[in-house]
Design a protein around this ligand. Structure first.
Ligand code: GLY
Length: 395
């Protein structure tokens, strides 16, 4: 299958999607980064003895010295302390600017390891080796790297503030804050630094739990909504094949979905405009996640958030026949949740939405649809629009 090309300020890079690509990683790195002598392989513990071994063998066979570093993937470990461990390891191993770091795992390990690479000696090359569906279609593409920062409880005060008064909530740089969960301000420190190469081997999805696979599917639906109707129909038509983990269908799924993100980030790497469309449904989703983080995984929150988004789009008059589209049914057919799984306090949810993507005056900013493939940003969503979204998800 053809490589997906991504444009970035640092030059063009390729995304390769396929079945059994890992054994070619070493040769591919030597071709792309010929001066590299050392490959630092930062990996999620859960794949350390399996897929990561294959990569290590391939790197060694290509003549690279391999330095391995294992990380337990958790939001707590997406931290500057773990980044420092990677930096120190690279220093001890005398890793040079011309060397390469391979970030292998899901979004947590990928974001943290790529942040370490983008800052060590002011930046060394990164190769992304995503092993979850979510990372293959989203996190590994576009060069965003990040760690979470701990937040003190007073900064977490989400008391209602619509009047623009100066308080702790207002002091948050909200354009950086994706959400706040478990006293962690997510993705609060980071860089945008393009990888040198992205390799998505769909075989690695065979060891992913069904739940995590479905979480990735929610991001694929999001990309389909941003792209076009045929992509959504394809998803529905191939539902069974995807459930059975048919490799050819998985390759096509990742290729189609990664292409949507690649097109957007190629046009707007620094998120001056269009890249924000990738937050479709995410203002609702992040708020749900921040309140129900023990019950809801990110992809599940995205699925519920998309349902709210469709209702809000209709209420805003942007997508008058959104209900005819039956997004809830389509998501449910893919095994995704469409309602909040537990009672939530609506006022708290709204406060969390304000904390997520607050406009200048404390308003809630939503990415909505005017139809499939036609997203836009509503800067200050009205109460009626927000409530329509929350009604639709039983919040
Ligand atoms: N996941 C959203 C973005 O990369 O911009």
């Amino acid at each position: 299958m053809q490589a997906i090309s991504v444009q970035s300020a640092q030059g063009q890079y390729d995304i390769h999607v396929g079945d059994a690509l890992l054994q070619g990683v070493g040769v591919g790195i030597v071709k792309r980064i010929p001066k590299a002598r050392v490959a630092v392989l930062v990996m999620d513990q859960s794949i350390a003895q399996t897929w990561a071994r294959e990569v290590a063998v391939s790197l060694e066979a290509a003549g690279l010295r391999v330095v391995t570093h294992v990380v337990v993937a958790s939001e707590e470990n997406k931290s500057i302390a773990q980044v420092e461990k990677v930096w120190r390891r690279m220093l001890t191993e005398r890793v040079q600017r011309s060397d390469v770091l391979c970030a292998m795992g899901g979004g947590i390990v990928g974001d943290m390891a790529a942040f370490a690479a983008s800052t060590y000696m002011r930046g060394i090359a990164t190769v992304m080796l995503p092993t979850t569906l979510l990372a293959m279609v989203d996190a590994a593409i576009g060069g965003k790297t990040a760690v979470n920062l701990p937040m003190s409880s007073d900064a977490l005060d989400t008391s209602v503030n619509s009047g623009g008064a100066k308080n702790s909530q207002q002091s948050l740089p909200t354009n950086l804050t994706n959400n706040v969960t478990n006293n962690l301000a997510k993705n609060m420190a980071g860089t945008i630094c393009a990888p040198a190469w992205v390799v998505s081997d769909v075989r690695t999805l065979s060891t992913l739990s069904a739940r995590e696979f479905r979480c990735g599917l929610a991001e694929c639906v999001k990309h389909a909504l941003l792209a076009d109707e045929p992509m959504l129909s394809w998803l529905e038509k191939n539902r069974e094949g995807l459930r059975a983990m048919d490799p050819a269908r998985l390759v096509e799924l990742v290729h189609r979905s990664a292409s949507v993100k690649a097109t957007i980030v190629s046009r707007d790497e620094q998120e001056h405009g269009e890249r924000a469309h990738l937050n479709l449904g995410h203002t609702f989703a992040h708020a749900i996640e921040s309140l129900l983080h023990e019950q809801v995984h990110h992809g599940e929150a995205v699925s519920i958030g998309l349902v709210a988004m469709a209702a809000a789009s209709q209420a805003a008059g942007w997508w008058p026949d959104a209900d005819k589209f039956q997004l809830s049914k389509r998501l449910a057919d893919l095994g995704l949740p469409i309602k909040v799984p537990a009672a939530v306090d609506r006022a708290q949810l709204k406060n969390a939405m304000k904390l997520d993507k607050k406009g200048q005056s404390g308003a809630i900013r939503l990415v909505l649809l005017k139809g499939i493939g036609h997203p836009g940003v509503l800067d200050a969503a009205s109460e009626q629009v927000i409530h329509a979204g929350l009604d639709a998800i039983g919040a």
